[in-house]
Every structure is written in structure tokens, then in C-alpha cells.
Design a protein around this ligand. Structure first.
Ligand code: KG4
Ligand code: ZN
Length: 390
């Protein structure tokens, strides 16, 4: 079954062709980073306008690269939410119209479900290449950690009620951020320090040159559900460390210097950062990563699963990947990540998630529409305990 995936929830216009939920024929992502970078974040109006301009060429490109005629597609999977409403609508309406014109089934996919399926898809690719022997182990705890989301889910595979030969997935939300997403905190700290947009990749690189112990942000404490997250405190703590200090003067000099350049490499940026700035960056990253790892591993323990998945743009972070692997090994469980290209927003993950829905006959009808906020799964009390006082 050949599925066309379409993704436009934020600032990437993406289309991909995936065969049988396990083989990527093409995966096209038109990034708008260049457009939003000068504003230090995504400007929704500009994003939807750009999606409108790019959606058709991106779908055409996916067909060209996949050497497939659009009429060969067996079904269309499109992101229905959550995301920026104007951006979502462009992909959704295009996908809906295309499915109707081709007389092919359509399914709506939750963006977070797509990020979770990126892990399963990556494992299928590895399996096809002979690098792993088995499918990704389920049930699993998944940490979805991106610019818009930081959530923990329990993911289970079940038989579709309508057709016991096909599988569908159950999601239970164990926790989520109460304020900023982790990627949003990376982006805001990067903006404060004039490191460019998106901030995650720059911070990931620069943190290697700083002392992660230099600034003690303390542990992030959560009242209530210990699997919830909160990153606005550590972000504000960075602001207080910078405000009215030489670090603020240095950041403004960097901002002015950046304006004179079309492109700035991470190494050039490092040359413009004092040791104090590098130490602050490393300490900030370490505090966020420590918290993500601790809660993800606590979730796996609480719901008694043997594997933890990490996906979303922040799953590209090298420290996070290393720390999750290390902590999982200590806990005797497995950790799986998508490759970087499948961590950040893409349509292959939407096509992969859509494949199972198409198989199970969970087709959308003409009432399918975009939702800026659409939850994935029911909330579940995991009973997790984290000793917040340590
Ligand atoms: O999944 P994604 O492409 O879009 C959303 O659904 O939000 O994630 C983008 C986010 C941005 O906040 C970006 O700064 C962050 O992922 N990111 C990283 C890294 N690469 C991307 N954060 C930390 N370290 C990275 N290496
Ligand atoms: Zn995303």
C-alpha cells in the first residue's frame, strides 16, 4: 500500500511517499527557517502564506523523487492537528481535495502520533537494512519533545476492532508540559543570547565548549503529576543571569554582528561567545536534558515497560540522546530514536502513521478539518513517584 503523507502544522511544508508503512520512497521537506529566522520564531501569517506557495510543488517533488505517478497512490494521510491553524488548513485542504480527485481514501493523523511513528518507521528501515532483527518493542513510553510539545505517552499496539488482522495504536498521555515546550525554551534562550533560530542546534553545538556544572539551576520540581514538565522557570533563570550583566552586552554585540552576515556557522558563533556564555548555555542544556531523561525513565518504570522512545526535533540533541541511552542501559531497558531527519517535522512519519489507519479502514469523511489543539489519547495516572527533594 502506497501512502502519500502531507504535513504542514508549523513551518515545514512536507510530503512523502511511504510503501507499506516501512519503505520511504521520497521524503520532501521545504523548510521556512530562512523566512522566520529574522523574527526569532515562526510568524503564523507568513507560515500559512508560504505553505500555500509550496504545497503543490512539494507534493509534485515527492512523486518525482519517488518515481511514482500521483494516481498510483493508494491513500492520503494528512496532519489534522495540533499546530498553527492557518498552516494546518493548507495541507489538510490540499490533501482532502487530492484524495477526492483521485477517489482514494483519506485519513487524518495527529501530529504527535506522527512523531511517535517516526520511531517505529526508523526501526522498520533498520530492519529492512538488516541492522536490527525485530520490530520496535511495544508497549513503550514515548517522549515527544519538540518546539511545540513536550509530552509522555504510553503506546500500545492492539488489533483493530473492525479487522483483527490489522493493528492500531492506543495512546495514553502520562504527562505534558504545563508551560513552554523544551524546544521552545531552547529557542527562547537562543534568542536572548542572539544565537539564531532555531536555537536547539546552535545550543547543542556550543554547549560542548562550556562547563555544564558552572551554573546550578537546581532541579525542576513539579507539584501534582510528576510526569508533567515545566521549562519556563529555567528559561527565566537564564534571563536573570544575563540581564544587566556583561553577558547581555555581549549578546547585543552578537546580535548586531549577525545582522551584517547572511550565514553564520556554529564555529563562527562560538568565536563570538565568551566562556561565561558558553558555560551558561551548557548548564541550561544540561538542566533541561536532565529533567527530560529523569521523567521519561520514571514513566517507563511506573508503567512497567521495557522500552523508551524519544522523538520530535529536540530528539536530535546529542546530549539528550547520550543521556537517555546511558540511563536506559542502567535501568535495563531499551531506548530508540529516529534518525535526525525523521525527528524534526516531516511527512514520512505522517504517511507511516496513516498506513495503519488506512489498513484498519479508519477513513476520514468530508467533515475532517484542522484543529489547533487536539489531544492524543486519554490521560492516564501512571502512579509515578519522583523524589523532588533530592
Ligand atoms: O519537531 P520539530 O521540527 O517541530 C515541532 O513540532 O515543534 O522541532 C523543532 C524544535 C525547535 O525548537 C528546535 O530548536 C529543536 O526542535 N531542535 C533541537 C535540536 N534540533 C532541533 N533542540 C535541541 N537540540 C537540537 N540538536
Ligand atoms: Zn513536530
Amino acid at each position: 500500500m502506497l501512502v502519500l503523507g502531507i504535513e504542514s502544522s508549523c513551518d515545514e511544508t512536507a510530503a512523502a511517499l511511504v510503501a507499506n508503512g516501512e519503505e520511504i520512497l521520497s521524503n520532501v521537506v521545504a523548510s521556512q527557517v530562512g523566512i522566520h529566522a529574522k523574527y526569532g520564531g515562526v510568524v503564523p501569517e507568513l507560515a500559512s502564506r508560504e505553505h500555500l506557495r509550496r504545497i503543490e510543488p512539494v507534493v509534485d517533488e515527492a512523486c518525482t523523487r519517488g518515481r511514482v505517478k500521483i494516481t498510483d497512490v493508494d491513500g492520503v494521510a494528512v496532519t489534522e492537528g495540533p499546530g498553527l491553524i492557518g498552516s494546518l488548513l493548507v495541507g489538510l485542504v490540499y490533501g482532502k481535495a487530492l484524495a477526492r480527485a483521485l477517489a482514494k481514501p483519506l485519513v487524518g493523523v495527529n501530529h504527535l502520533e506522527g512523531h511517535i511513528h517516526a520511531v517505529l518507521l526508523e526501526n522498520k528501515l533498520e530492519r529492512r537494512a538488516g541492522r536490527v532483527a525485530e520490530d520496535a518493542p511495544l508497549p513503550a513510553v514515548t517522549l515527544v519533545v519538540s518546539g511545540g510539545h513536550t509530552s509522555l505517552f504510553l503506546v500500545e499496539e492492539v488489533h483493530a476492532p473492525a479487522d483483527l488482522r490489522s493493528v492500531v495504536f492506543n495512546y495514553k498521555r502520562l504527562g505534558q508540559t504545563r508551560d513552554d515546550a523544551a524546544g521552545e525554551a531552547f529557542d527562547k534562550v537562543a534568542r536572548l543570547l542572539a544565537l539564531g533560530y532555531p536555537g536547539g542546534p546552535a545550543i547543542d553545538h556550543l554547549a560542548r565548549y562550556g562547563d555544564a556544572q558552572a551554573v546550578d539551576f537546581g532541579r525542576i520540581k513539579m507539584k501534582g503529576n510528576p510526569l508533567d514538565f515545566s521549562f519556563s522557570g529555567v528559561k527565566t533563570a537564564v534571563l536573570y543571569r544575563v540581564r544587566d550583566t556583561t553577558l547581555a552586552v555581549e549578546a547585543e554585540e552578537r546580535r548586531a554582528w549577525r545582522l551584517t552576515r547572511d550565514h553564520v556557522s556554529h564555529d563562527e558563533l562560538r568565536d563570538r561567545c565568551s566562556q561565561g556564555t558558553l558555560d551558561l548555555i551548557a548548564s541550561f542544556q544540561s538542566a533541561v536534558v536532565h529533567d527530560l531523561v529523569e521523567r521519561a525513565l520514571a514513566a517507563a518504570e511506573a508503567v512497567h515497560v521495557d522500552s523508551v522512545f524519544v522523538s520530535g526535533g529536540v530528539a536530535c540533541n546529542s546530549l539528550l540522546r547520550a543521556r537517555v541511552l546511558e540511563a536506559a542501559r542502567k535501568q535495563g531497558i531499551r531506548a530508540l530514536f529516529p534518525s535526525p531527519g525523521l525527528c524534526t517535522d516531516n511527512a514520512a512519519m505522517i504517511a507511516a502513521a496513516g498506513y495503519y489507519k488506512l489498513q484498519a479502514g479508519q477513513f476520514a469523511d468530508e467533515t475532517l478539518t484542522a484543529h489547533a489543539a487536539i489531544p492524543l489519547g486519554e490521560t492516564k495516572d501512571s502512579g509515578a513517584r519522583i523524589h523532588e527533594s533530592e
